[in-house]
Design a protein around this ligand. Structure first.
Ligand code: DAH
Length: 351
């Protein structure tokens, strides 16, 4: 072999040995990449050697080229091998940090809002008693919301303070009672409907929000009496709050019912005792042992006239209750606004 070729080949071989000696020095894929560039890069060590190939006589070039290729392959194989080792080591290291005994993360699951839960429960009880579900508009006209319910124009319930007006004749319904009117207009007796939904009032404090939920109930037929009202509402309240719940009817006034009553139940917090176990006054019933939960009465003949029912032929009862109020009593919640803040820590307790 010519001296020139020998020097060239020896140069290449020492390059391969030099690379071999670097084994274990590249501790990361980044360092290994630097090593690859150092030996095989365009301005790397192998490229520098190859520059001398051009100076060899033509007849030596084929063999010189072959050797150069072999060396290049050797170095490439070396570095590829180390790379595979590094990748495997990194994977093994990751796996060693994985603790299969660690409990998994629970996927976060949504749940029904407490107002929805109570609404559903109330609807279930009342449909179980034979009432049919009805729904109607939240944007209501004056006639359905007031006039047809025997609430004349000068009645205090229409006060600008309470009612949210859309225009002179259009309001956001202030109660679900207009559904009594709509239900009767759309049906012939016997009528037995419940109408749950949102209602709106200009009111905001600890126990009032501008939007809240009510459910309306209406039963109209021949010979419906106050005894039916009492029996139905007592059965309803006992299913909702428990069989031991005491119920009392207090005379009251509503324009659309005559006579009217408010229903109180024995306080759910202190079981009607008026005081807590430690002798302090119960804050829910304020010591009276009773909490009010709904308004009701016998449908006023004037309401029947509004919808074209003959008050001589038919009688009926109606009732309305606030859903949030029931939810507060059922779950012992002191501030109405919690229902609308949508704090997940509050809501997920009802899951
Ligand atoms: N609409 C009344 C309110 O919002 C509640 C009510 C009372 C509804 C008596 C009735 C009823 O159907 O008979 O305060």
């Amino acid at each position: 072999m010519s001296e020139d070729l020998k020097t060239f080949v020896e140069g290449l071989e020492s390059l391969a040995l030099e690379c071999e000696a670097r084994k274990g020095q590249a501790c990361s894929l980044k360092e290994l990449e630097d090593l690859r560039v150092e030996f095989l890069g365009r301005k790397g060590k192998l490229a520098a050697n190859m520059a001398t190939l051009a100076k060899l006589p033509n007849e030596l070039k084929p063999e010189a080229g072959r050797t150069a290729n072999e060396v290049k392959n050797r170095i490439t194989e070396l570095i590829d091998g180390w790379q595979a080792d590094l990748v495997a080591a990194e994977a093994a290291e990751k796996l060693s940090r994985f603790d299969p005994s660690m409990p998994g993360r629970k996927p976060w699951a949504g749940s029904l809002h407490p107002v929805t839960l109570v609404m559903d429960e109330i609807c279930d009880i009342l449909t179980g008693l034979g009432f049919e579900h009805a729904s109607g508009p939240e944007v209501e006209n004056d006639w359905h919301n007031f006039e047809a319910l025997n609430i004349p124009p000068e009645h205090p319930a229409r006060d600008m303070q309470d009612t949210l007006y859309v225009s002179e004749n259009i309001v956001l319904r202030t109660h679900t009672s207009p559904m009594q009117v709509r239900s009767m207009l759309g049906r012939k007796p016997p009528v037995a409907v419940i109408a749950p939904g949102k209602v709106y009032r200009r009111d905001s404090d600890l126990t009032h929000t501008p939007m809240f939920h009510q459910i309306e109930g209406l039963l109209v037929d021949k010979g419906v009496s106050m005894a039916d009202l009492r029996g139905t509402l007592t059965a309803f309240v006992r299913q909702l709050f428990g069989t031991g719940t005491e119920v009392r009817f207090r005379p009251s006034f509503f324009p659309f019912t005559e006579p009217s009553a408010e229903v109180d139940i024995s306080c759910v917090m202190c079981a009607g005792k008026g005081q807590n176990k430690d002798g302090s006054t119960c804050r829910v019933c304020k010591g009276t042992g009773w909490v009010e939960i709904l308004g009701c009465g016998m449908v006023d003949p004037n309401v029947f006239k509004s919808v074209g029912y003959d008050p001589e032929e038919f009688t009926g009862f109606a009732f309305g209750l606030g859903i949030e109020r029931v939810a507060m009593l059922k779950y012992g919640i002191g501030d109405l606004r919690m229902f609308f803040e949508n704090d997940v820590r509050f809501l997920e307790q009802f899951a």
